[in-house]
Design a protein around this ligand. Structure first.
Ligand code: IPM
Ligand code: MN
Length: 351
């Protein structure tokens, strides 16, 4: 198979973990006789530094011409405490999601046996957790009208959703549930928000056609609690943009390390794969970041965009083998750890 992969390393630890994922993909290509070509582009703070634009036109074209996108992370502390910055790295990510029509962010949460004691939750709560969050990614208050009043003493972020925006991600969530444990939990705030009531209407209508899939309705505050008390109860969580942003960060700590979780953003055409951990600027350039989430993102890329299931599994097995043999970074083992590159070499050797 011949494929072109756009590589957007981004900021912070993005370049280090992405480099490992690219090596791992190369290794897979050699082993399974594929040709993957990699082309790099700028996004985020590094793109602002180089071009003034957090998502340059050139990067957009690169993404549109690729068969899949491998993304690292964006963000830089110099923008975090400056509410007046005219351009921000995050705008690059949001513009990219919108421009590429990436309307669904898929974040699986499952546990690794050897990490059960690394979770802040008790082993008996964490063991066997296996759910996936479908977060709407191009609507809601992230993209609604926002601004200030003339005297600048009031501000607003409008949350809007259309039936179509809700329906298309609902379809993806139900399709996933049909192949899993056949349960969808719609998370909303329908006791307060009109948009949530529209979500309920659309999702309930859709669910009526799938009687073998259980639809559960849950308020977001209650879901925040249930994720900690009994995360095993979830199979597929379906939710809007902002709720999904918050709940997926919460969900990520269940596994014991934020450095283990991949994600996929999908839409109409090309899909994007990224670790969920963000740019972690304090660790940038130190060769300490965990590359496993990036490699698992690459595995998801192979499976989802190229339908290369055995190849994806080979990467997953390699990560598992490194993990089980203690070839891990400091976030997983503070006393016996390797660096990002060294863990990467081990993973590649296990492919
Ligand atoms: C994420 C991030 C982004 C979001 C930020 C960086 C804009 O937190 O991918 O979850 O809020 O969507
Ligand atoms: Mn987030």
């Amino acid at each position: 198979m011949n494929k072109k992969i756009a590589v957007l390393p981004g900021d912070g630890i993005g370049p280090e973990v992405t480099a490992v994922a690219v090596n791992a993909l190369q290794r897979v290509a050699e082993k399974f006789n594929h040709t993957f070509t990699f082309e790099e582009g700028l996004v985020g703070a590094c793109a602002i530094d180089a071009t003034g634009n957090p998502f340059p036109e050139e990067t957009l074209h690169l993404c549109q011409s690729a068969d899949a996108i491998l993304f690292g992370a964006i963000g830089h502390p110099k923008y975090d405490n400056d509410p007046t910055a005219p351009v921000r790295p995050e705008q690059g990510l949001l513009a990219m999601r919108k421009a590429l029509g990436l309307f669904a962010n898929i974040r699986p949460v499952n546990t690794f046996k050897v990490l059960a004691d690394a979770s802040p939750l008790k082993r008996e709560i964490v063991e066997g957790v296996d759910f996936v969050v479908f977060r709407e990614l191009t609507g809601g208050s992230y993209f609604g009208a926002k601004g200030r009043s003339e005297d600048r003493n009031s501000a607003y972020d409008t949350c809007t959703y259309t039936r179509d925006e809700i329906a298309r991600i609902t379809e993806l969530a139900f399709t996933a549930a049909a192949k899993r444990r056949k349960k969808v939990t719609l998370v909303d705030k329908a006791n307060v928000m009109e948009t949530s009531r529209l979500w309920r209407e659309v999702v309930q209508q859709y669910a009526a056609n799938f009687p073998d899939i259980e639809l559960e309705l849950m308020f977001v505050d209650n879901a925040a609690m249930a994720l900690i008390q009994n995360p095993r109860r979830f199979d597929v969580i379906l939710t809007e943009n902002m709720f999904g942003d918050i709940l997926t960060d919460e969900a990520s700590v269940i596994t014991g390390s934020l450095g283990m979780l991949p994600s996929a953003s999908v839409g109409s055409k090309v899909a994007l794969y990224e670790p969920i951990h963000g740019s972690y600027p304090q660790a940038a350039g130190k060769n300490i970041a965990n590359p496993m989430a990036a490699v698992l993102s690459a595995a998801t890329l192979l499976e989802t965009s190229f339908d290369l299931m055995a190849e994806g599994q080979a990467l997953r097995n390699a990560v598992e083998e490194a993990l089980n043999n203690g070839f891990v970074t400091v976030d997983i083992n503070p006393t016996h750890h390797l660096g990002t590159r060294e863990v990467g070499e081990k993973i590649c050797s296990f492919v």
